[in-house]
Ligand binder design. Structure first.
Ligand code: ASP
Length: 408
């Protein structure tokens, strides 16, 4: 927030001083700012391929374990995928209705990709890499995801000796990438400062107005999912009053909102769902840690809106074609990106680059929406955790441990 304000103020000062300083001196002053913004983009790009590869592989290794793929596992997985998909559809509907990116004045660099339309069959064909190393070098996200899913599943079918080594290897490499992402995100305030400075210095404050509609679209979609869809699921599938359930797990929601991290919130989530929500330890200790890692409704919805917003901007400014098959690709990759996102602040922002890459759009878009990411991150993390707790309530009910037993 401070970086946001300081960047905007600094940029405005330079913008107003440009007539006096002249274009050459202004460009000189902007050089370090450009450098910082570019280095941050390169760091993001550096993380993308290995992060996706290892997060999906380690996820598959965890879920694919035959013992965990019991009834409990399948139910949990179905709930998580189902709610994330509903969240994405909500986001997709709103972003197509409000169309915040059409005609927005964002000053992003031109899309270099050919503006050709991609057919649905083409996507299928191109899903399969001919050479996985080549896919990694080209950052072909769909091919990397395909390979990771396949390899992750294959690991679970290996003899114990190999399976254990590879599972632990995949998990450790995922930990390493998460740590690196954490380090890179540590400089996010500086990158936000540089970016805001650059945008405002070039075009004055009116440029930021373009983000206003985007912000409102994400917020509205998050509120619809959190206040309408999920409460409905709580009532229908878990059989609890959403109001009472929210009161029971309120502490977890507040913690999620203030830390922007599902993982950091996990201890509070476990405590409140068990102690105040009355769901058995057996259910909550399986459902909630898994949820904190793979179930991110708010993140999925946000990924969808943010990338379509940027694609809309390019569609209206440079002839980029936002075809139905590309939108379907967003649905699919947003789901995977939300599964792959670590439960740490701004993880969704890093994973967004995966979708932009898959859409052949420049990564600068991610840096632009980073300017208003923090408040949205707070809300989407609260929604992520809210969905996890309702998941625990639903699964608890079907596994003989109904939520809020005292009040039933
Ligand atoms: N901060 C979110 C979480 O921990 C992830 C995200 O950036 O969307 O749930």
């Amino acid at each position: 927030m401070i970086a946001l304000g300081a960047g905007a103020l600094g940029g405005l000062a330079l913008h107003l001083a440009t007539p006096t300083l002249g274009p050459e001196l202004t460009a000189l002053l902007l050089t370090p700012i450009d450098l910082i913004a570019d280095i941050f983009l390169r760091l993001l790009r550096m993380l993308v391929a290995p992060l996706v590869l290892f997060s999906i592989m380690s996820g598959m290794v965890g879920i694919g374990d035959p013992r965990r793929l019991s009834r409990l596992g399948l139910r949990t997985f179905a709930y998580y995928m189902g709610t994330s998909l509903v969240a994405i559809v909500t986001g997709m509907l709103l972003v197509n209705l409000i169309r915040p990116g059409i005609g927005a004045d964002l000053a992003l660099p031109e899309a270099t990709a050919p503006a050709s339309s991609v057919g649905a069959l083409d996507i299928l064909r191109r899903l399969v890499p001919e050479n996985i190393f080549d896919a990694l070098v080209r950052l072909d996200m769909l091919q990397i995801i395909f390979f990771a899913l396949l390899a992750g599943f294959a690991i679970t079918t290996l003899p114990d000796r190999h399976r254990e080594v590879l599972s632990r290897g995949a998990e450790s490499l995922f930990e390493l990438m998460t740590r690196l992402a954490h380090v890179v995100l540590g400089v996010l305030p500086v990158a936000v400062f540089a970016l805001l400075f650059r945008i405002v210095a070039h075009g004055g404050v009116s440029r930021l107005g373009g983000l206003g509609w985007y912000f409102m679209t994400v917020l509205t979609a998050l509120l619809i999912h959190g206040l309408l869809t999920l409460p409905l699921i709580a009532r229908l599938l878990a059989g609890v009053s959403p109001r009472r359930w929210a009161a029971a797990v309120g502490q977890a929601l507040i913690t999620a909102f203030s830390t922007s991290s599902s993982s950091a919130t996990l201890p509070v989530t476990l405590e409140t769902v068990e102690k105040k929500g009355g769901v058995s330890n057996e259910v909550s200790s399986f459902v909630l840690p898994l949820g904190a890692t793979i179930n991110m409704d708010g993140t999925a919805l946000y990924e969808c809106i943010a990338t379509i917003f940027i694609a809309q901007y390019y569609a209206s400014s440079s002839g980029y074609e936002l075809t139905v098959s590309r939108q379907l690709m967003v649905v699919f990759t947003a789901l995977l990106a939300s599964i792959g996102a670590a439960g740490i602040p701004s993880a969704g922002l890093v994973m967004m680059t995966v979708i932009l890459q898959a859409l052949d759009l420049p990564l600068e878009g991610a840096l632009l929406v980073a300017a208003v990411d923090r408040p949205l991150d707070m809300v989407r993390t609260a929604i992520n955790v809210w969905s996890d707790t309702i998941g625990a309530a639903v699964i608890g009910r079907y596994e003989g441990s109904p939520p809020l037993p005292d009040e039933a």
